[in-house]
Design a protein around this ligand. Sequence first.
Ligand code: SAM
Ligand code: SF4
Ligand code: SF4
Length: 473
Amino acid sequence: MRQYGNFTYVLERVKCYDQMFKDAEVFMRWITRVPLEKDEILRNICSVYVGADENEIARDFDDFVAPLIDEKVILAGETAEEIESQEISFSYDVENPKTMDTHYIKPEDMPEGPIPQDVLEKHFSEHPTIFDLQMDITQACTERCIHCYIPEYNPVFLPLAQIKKVIDEFREQGGIGLTLSGGECMMHPDFDEIVRYARTKDLIVGILSNLTLCTEEKIKVLQEAEATIQVSLYSMNPETHDAITKRPGSFAATKTAIEKLRKAQIPCRISCPTMKPNYKDYLDVLAYARLLKMDAQTDFIIMGKMDCDTSNLGCRLNLAETRHILEDIIYKSLPVNNEYFDPAKKEQLETNEEWAARKVCGACVSSVCLDATGYYYPCPAFAGVNLGSCYEHDLKWIWNESPETKRIRAVCGKDFPKCVSCPDRNYCSVCMCRNYNETGDIFKPAQHFCDVAKLNHEIVDEAQAKRISAMKG
Ligand SMILES: C[S@@+](CC[C@H](N)C(=O)[O-])C[C@H]1O[C@@H](n2cnc3c(N)ncnc32)[C@H](O)[C@@H]1O
Ligand code: SF4
Ligand code: SF4
């Protein structure tokens, strides 16, 4: 639960519940992890609203919490034991496909009536808020992946004291999601303590890892911290996976660890970036993930390295290979594509004017990253913009005062001259980082991105046409 100005944000990760409430701070102030007697909560609330009718406050409070109790976001009971017995934790045995993503600021379906989107947008544009922080706690890695955007695997480790200081600052700013990455974050000698510390600060801890160092002890730490994991698995063929990571035995280590996480009921999602050696393997990885009741995703646009070296792009798919993977995704891997290919969707696409006026992503708008040397930067892999050092500035300064943060936050669609009126834009992920790493200019896309977006557009049009003719038939 976080307070942002007049808004109280409630997120229940396991049930994927999230809501934003307005002017609810006093009602929520005494809803804590330690149960309190309802009478005491009401007495506390009445002490704030001096002179107000106490019965009316009690009725309003009941009305307010009832839907949250129904949803089991707030647990209520006659005894502490009764409350504890209702606590839910993530389990693969329960149908719960939405394990990882948090969806911030979703005003529709509010129990007490929605907060209009423009009110929320106004508040958060006037008060930019860091919801997510990614910390790359080391540059060191156990693998040497052919596509990796990291230029050097120096054994640099962000010191524990500095990490704790930044976590405190992040929490102070209202932060919610902390992602630990690298390099390979499990190489950090204080990994366990970092995870535990973040959890004591009531943060949702996410881990990006190849899991090659995931011991039983680490599994216990992850379990206790209710952490969520994203692991990279490139193929179900050991030789192909190991050829990508350039580490013999890495497939076996990663697969074994995934299965241990599964057994320990730790939420895990598989990331399977596709490139020349493995672009025909994605469906097998997806089938494996589904067997374990996990999710798997691919990314078929490998980006250049953080220092603008493009030597890693030799493994990137050409357009024919990209068509193969796109068709796999569109026709085979998504079981329910009907909505996506509904021709009516076209009517709902954003206009050029709308796109020109809006921000293109969450970098410096709702999220920021910190690298192992202590520099903040806008988003993973986007080292071309330095927002300031955690050794010189606190996160509040980085977020509110850093000139570079302000510059990136101000970026809107209109700043991308080639994209503003592009017919393929709705089939493209316009990205400052991808642009910068490949062309050296955050506003200038590489031709490959445009070619892939055009192809994606064509395939979606083909799929829609097939759907229409199937409907007619
Ligand atoms: C940089 S790694 C760090 C975490 C961990 N070492 C791992 O490999 O999962 C995070 C993710 O970025 C992906 N990745 C690395 N280089 C990439 C690139 N050039 N383009 C797109 N994704 C990349 C990796 O495959 C991995 O899924
Ligand atoms: S992708 Fe991950 S595992 Fe592979 S070299 Fe890069 S940081 Fe290491
Ligand atoms: S296809 Fe190219 S020009 Fe069009 S939106 Fe994407 S990056 Fe911009």
